[in-house]
Design a protein around this ligand. Structure first.
Ligand SMILES: *Cc1c(COP(=O)(O)O)cnc(C)c1O
Length: 468
């Protein structure tokens, strides 16, 4: 883990504590002459005034541009190696109807993993044939909804599910396209990967068990096998893990070709982004080329055609487009060692709007965005307002030494897996999501109210007539 409380691992003090590092902040973030920052052309004071804090800010142009960039990167790499690519947006990274509309308008397909995610994608008007449904324990209700709404691909994960889905499809007179999730034995470890013969986790079929699963699917007239699927994990910086996994999957794909044609191979998502300046993910165009060329080499070695290749980026599409805006409430110096003080900077959100630091020890950065400061920086820890010592948003960051209550603080690269993982811990309402771009801001997911939270409690007295 890159974030620890050891003083020795504190990041180096930045040359300019007001600077917005390009690889971490949305491309449209800009510090104005008055020292305050605007996102998508909207000053943070306006955002605070109109929507309050904490606030998720999502730069629409950044999401769209990145969706295009990733799609084109895989298109170009695929074409260079004589095939086509299909890019699914892994919706769980940040799912609401607007994000589905943005990415489908940019030519992406969409992956969902539950009936709830499927409902959002359908509510957004996404063409069902461009949806993929994942999950290791899809219910009959979820599978039925997928079959009846015309979902393009169901990624099956167990023998039980194959029978369950086949029966549902047969009952509705549908032939359902399915892919088979396999576990290649390659798994992401932090930014790198681990390769073993077998993996001890819940997803997919081991490579040596997948053959009989595919054979069973091929016996069932209500299912059509369209290819193998593999996802090795998340926040991976280099291509080597994908290449290793792809070579194993292509080996199985080649053997399965003896039983009939197989149009696709899906290599999943997991492409990493920079959360701090220290992070150095491989540019997506290079990653695409390295992965696709590895697949092409494996296919050439086996004398088979390169299948259509599918990919499923989530974080890589939305991560950098999102920023969380907080207001500082208290600042407290804490002596950590004789020669070390740390400023605890408390903001008005925390692990309920960003669980990743508490959950994974994830590293983030932060800046004061309501003003510029020339006061020397102080080693700081940005914490939330929850009843947990582990309620940390940014473990270690240098903030201006005069950081004070009322300052607006922004944490960049929160577009992926923050809104998705948000909770109501301590009955803190979940923040709204605002889309910014071209100087305009609009709510795309409204914030929760205390009334929303009370509404689910069956013991709360109903408001009576004249007392509402
Ligand atoms: C989560 C997930 C993804 C997306 O992962 P990212 O790290 O956000 O790119 C893709 N495919 C599957 C099957 C997943 O579970």
């Amino acid at each position: 883990m890159s974030a620890t409380s050891e003083p020795t691992t504190a990041p180096p003090a930045p040359a300019d504590v007001n600077a917005l590092a390009e690889k971490v902040w949305p491309p449209d973030a800009e510090r104005n002459d008055d020292g305050s920052v605007a996102f998508g052309g909207v000053p943070v004071a306006d955002l605070q005034h109109r929507f309050g804090t904490p606030l998720y800010v999502l730069d629409e142009n950044a999401v769209r541009a990145r969706a295009r960039e990733v799609r084109e990167a895989f298109d170009i790499a695929a074409e260079r190696h004589g095939t086509r690519a299909k890019v699914y947006y892994a919706a769980k990274a940040f799912l609401c109807t607007e994000t589905v509309r943005w990415v489908t308008a940019e030519g992406l397909s969409v992956d969902v993993a539950t009936g709830g995610e499927l409902a959002v994608a359908l509510a957004a008007g996404a063409p069902a044939e461009r949806l993929g449904l994942h999950g290791n324990n899809k219910s009959e209700v979820e599978l039925t909804r997928a079959v009846t709404s015309g979902v393009g691909t169901v990624v099956v994960d167990s023998l039980i599910e194959i029978e369950r889905l086949a029966a549902i499809a047969a009952g509705h007179g549908v032939v359902q396209d399915v892919s088979v999730r396999v576990n290649s034995g390659v798994h992401a470890e932090t930014h790198d990967f681990l390769a073993t013969a077998h993996e001890d986790q819940k997803f997919g079929f081991a490579l040596d068990a997948a053959e009989s699963a595919v054979a069973r699917i091929r016996e069932l007239p209500s299912l059509r096998f369209i290819g193998l699927h593999c996802h090795i994990g998340s926040q991976i910086f280099g291509a080597a893990g994908f290449a290793e996994s792809a070579s194993r999957v292509i080996g199985l794909h080649a053997r399965l070709l003896e039983g009939g044609e197989i149009p696709t191979v899906n290599l999943g998502g997991g492409f990493g982004i920079a959360y701090t300046e220290a992070d150095d993910p491989t540019p997506i165009a290079d990653l695409a080329e390295e992965i696709v060329s590895a697949v092409a080499r494996e296919c050439a070695a086996r004398g088979i055609a390169v299948p259509v290749l599918a990919f499923e980026p989530g974080r890589a599409i939305v991560g950098r487009a999102g920023v969380t805006l907080y207001e500082v409430g208290t600042v407290k110096p804490v002596t950590v060692a004789d020669d070390l003080q740390r400023l605890y900077v408390s903001v008005d959100g925390g692990m309920s709007d960003n669980a990743r630091t508490a959950l994974y020890g994830a590293a983030y950065s932060a800046r004061i965005v309501s003003r510029r400061s020339d006061v020397p920086p102080a080693l700081s820890r940005v914490v939330g307002k929850h009843c947990e010592a582990g309620d940390i948003v940014v473990d270690a960051e240098w903030l201006p030494g005069d950081v004070a209550p009322g300052d607006l603080l922004a944490v960049p690269a929160t577009g992926a897996y923050c809104f998705s993982l948000a909770s109501n811990y301590n009955y803190i309402p979940r923040p709204p999501v605002v889309a910014v771009g071209g100087g305009a801001a609009r709510v795309i997911v409204r914030g929760e109210t205390i009334d929303d939270l009370l509404a689910r409690d069956a013991g709360v007295p109903a408001p009576t007539e004249g007392n509402a």
